[in-house]
Design a protein around this ligand. Structure first.
Ligand code: HAM
Length: 416
């Protein structure tokens, strides 16, 4: 038997309605904030991610699904959504449309990761990107979207963790201070950390190796190195969140795994699961880096698999339900079958969930099927019923039966 690749999951019919619910909740919420949906390709030219995500990141160094296509181009399955969205923003000329441009998306993401709980190789993100404003209010609005999303899904115990990683100017000073702190022990750090020392020492703070983590204790923190502008921006974000009653914790260890971030970075962490369910921040340099005009931007993405797990845990009682069949049309004979098809089409036009037999089964087998699929009503139609224009309608929950006139309106009235 051919099995699915490691790190992937099928979203089966017994689950897919929950996905639809989460995606619809996101669409409704984000569109109330003025966002429009964007869909971008699953694969992009590899260079986009090298330049966008950053060559020293884990994502680029270890996790990309990269291959050469038959035309000899280097192609990569998207390891995150922001770079593709920004590429599309530039390529489609969105910059000339009324600013800021506000987008949301739901997409599959591919990372060659160590598979474990909450960590897959194909997973799904729902994200938002707001492009064209450097104001702190945009950061706050994006954070509010995240908070409201969890609220809409009735997911409690999510903590907002906040940090600022400054701009290239203040970061240069900080990185120098960080190198000075690390240098005396550099030989004892792991190989990955060593390779990051020159180009991206902040990533060393994110290393999961115990020895490295220990040596990182007492390292200088970026918040002490912010320039005036970055400091003011961060103060404004914090002040406005406080004014709005949004709880947050400052966590100076949040550096994020992608290189494009500037100023505000944030994560929503599940207090129960212990993992990050949403991550994002400002990325004021990315549009320019990818060939567009200098355009500040901010956004986030949330992992749908992780959200679903927590959603299920907290919503056992009021879990969204898979749609139930309203009516099953049990038929005997060609003519009844034809009339049932016409009736089913007319009722479906009215929004009713109707099935009829398409397997030429016995009446008994049809009833068995309707019962197993938990149909609310069954209408039995034979040659005689077609002639008389009346048929028997059975309420499958109560067992009650009644005769109904064999026309769309009468049946609709009985079962709606
Ligand atoms: P990220 O932090 O790499 O950010 O991913 C966002 C979310 O995706 C994480 O918080 C987590 O919930 C989920 N996630 C990440 N890796 C996995 C995995 N292997 N399996 C399951 N879920 C996972 C980004 O991707 C940025 N593009 C977010 C962003 C948008 N920043 C600005 N705009």
């Amino acid at each position: 038997m051919i099995q699915r690749p490691k790190g992937t999951k099928d979203i089966l019919p017994s689950e897919s309605y929950k996905w639809q619910y989460i995606e619809k909740t996101a669409a409704d919420l984000f569109e109330n904030f003025g966002l429009k949906e964007i869909r971008v390709p699953v694969f992009e030219n590899t260079e986009l991610f090298l330049r966008g995500v950053g060559e020293t990141t884990d994502v680029v160094q270890k996790e990309m699904y990269t291959f050469e296509d038959k035309g000899g181009r280097s192609i990569t399955l998207r390891p995150e959504g922001t770079a593709g969205v920004v590429r599309s923003y530039i390529e489609s000329g969105m910059a000339s449309m009324p600013s800021p441009i506000k987008l949301w998306y739901a997409m599959s993401i591919y990372r060659y990761e160590n598979v474990q709980k909450g960590r897959q190789r194909e997973f799904h993100q729902i994200g938002v990107e707001v492009l064209g404003t450097q104001s702190y209010q945009a950061d706050v609005e994006v954070i509010l979207m995240g908070q409201k999303f969890f609220e809409a899904l009735k997911i409690p115990r999510i903590k907002l963790m906040l940090n600022s990683i400054g701009c290239p100017t203040c970061r240069a000073k900080y990185q120098e201070a960080l190198r000075n702190f690390i240098r005396p022990n550099l030989e004892k750090y792991c190989d990955t950390c060593k390779t990051r020392f020159e180009k991206n020492p902040m990533r060393i703070l994110d290393c999961k190796e115990e020895a490295c983590k220990k040596m990182n204790q007492g390292a200088p923190i970026i918040l002490d190195y912010l320039c005036e502008e970055c400091k003011e921006h961060f103060e404004n974000v914090k002040k406005r969140l406080t004014q709005l009653g949004v709880d947050y914790e400052i966590d100076s260890s949040i550096v994020r795994g992608l290189d494009y971030y500037t100023k505000t970075v944030f994560e929503f962490v599940s207090e129960d699961e212990g993992y990050t369910v949403l991550g994002g921040g400002r990325y004021d340099g990315l549009v320019k880096e990818l060939g567009g005009q200098d355009t500040p931007a901010v956004g986030f993405a949330t992992g749908v698999e992780r959200i679903l797990e927590i959603y299920e845990k907290y919503n056992q009682e009021n879990m969204v339900k898979s749609r139930k069949m309203d009516l099953y049309l049990a038929t005997m004979g060609e003519e009844a079958d034809l009339e049932a098809t016409k009736l089913a089409l007319a009722l479906r036009d009215k929004g009713i969930f109707v099935e009829q037999d398409v397997a030429q089964r016995s009446l008994k087998a049809q009833f068995k099927y309707a019962d197993k699929k938990k149909a609310k009503f069954v209408l039995t139609i034979g040659e005689e019923e077609v002639k008389q224009k009346r048929a028997k309608l059975k309420n499958m929950e109560s067992g009650e039966e009644c005769e109904v006139s064999f026309d769309t309106e009468s049946i609709f009235e009985k079962i709606k």
